[in-house]
Design a protein around this ligand. Sequence first.
Ligand SMILES: [Mg+2]
Length: 305
Amino acid sequence: MKTGYLIDMDGVVYRENQLIAGAAEFVQALTATETPFLFLTNNSAPTPEDLVVRLQHLGIHGLSRRHFYTSALNTADFLCEADPHCTVFAVGEGGLLAALNERKIPNDTIRPHYVVIGEGAISMEKLSKAHECIERGARLVATNPDNWCPVTHEKTRPGAGATASFLEASTGRRAYYLGKPNGFMFQQARRKLAGFTGSAPEQVIMIGDTMETDIRGAFEAGMQSYLVLSGSTQFEMVGDYVYQPTRILQSVGDLVEEIKTGKPGNPMYDQPTEPGARRVEHLGIRHQTDIFAFHKPRPRPAMTK
Ligand SMILES: [Mg+2]
């Protein structure tokens, strides 16, 4: 069966500036076997070209811009489809500005149809301008719903979702969130993947480290999903969610042999696929009562809306 992969980046391929063990071999195996794949990231700051260079520095070569689909590109695709002659006031970095520019969506600081919020490059001056545009009738769109993003195991940074929340509070307008887990991100990614080979893969599998975006989005789009434990999710947390991954792996390194040989490997945990089978009963401790709360680190707000 021809399989295509959608692959999240942060926590799957790298963490901060460190390549995750086995990730280079994994990408090599995909390339060598001509398996279609697409990196799918909610980070709207970099352009696809920036991501090519970033992976080169980490030792992954042979990729081009077509291997990357960011939430900034997804937002530009959405605006083109939903409202082809729209104008925007964008608050974000190069990846977002380039994506809008590529799609020939004009910037308008006076009476835009949309205020578009991405990662980074935020100042009170820009937020005030965005607020004024919304008061004059602009609709609010964000590249992704992430309130915070992991930087290291101990450190996080604010995400586009947090900035959009600021404007939701100040204007009373609700934002529309693109990127994962929005089905439009998965639908477009699937379309791109099919475009690589001229025919759609028979199955598409999402690989990610975040339950709220990668696994939820894949589940809602009717795709299989593999959760890797090399990023933001620990094994004990999985049972807290109503949607579950198809498989749980330590890292993408676990898939190298499987992709090379075409034979299923030995995943850490496989979800039963038979209809009606119980899916989460042996997934470890679920902290339903919070009895150990005082041993836990400071609780973080939800990663997405
Ligand atoms: Mg991630």
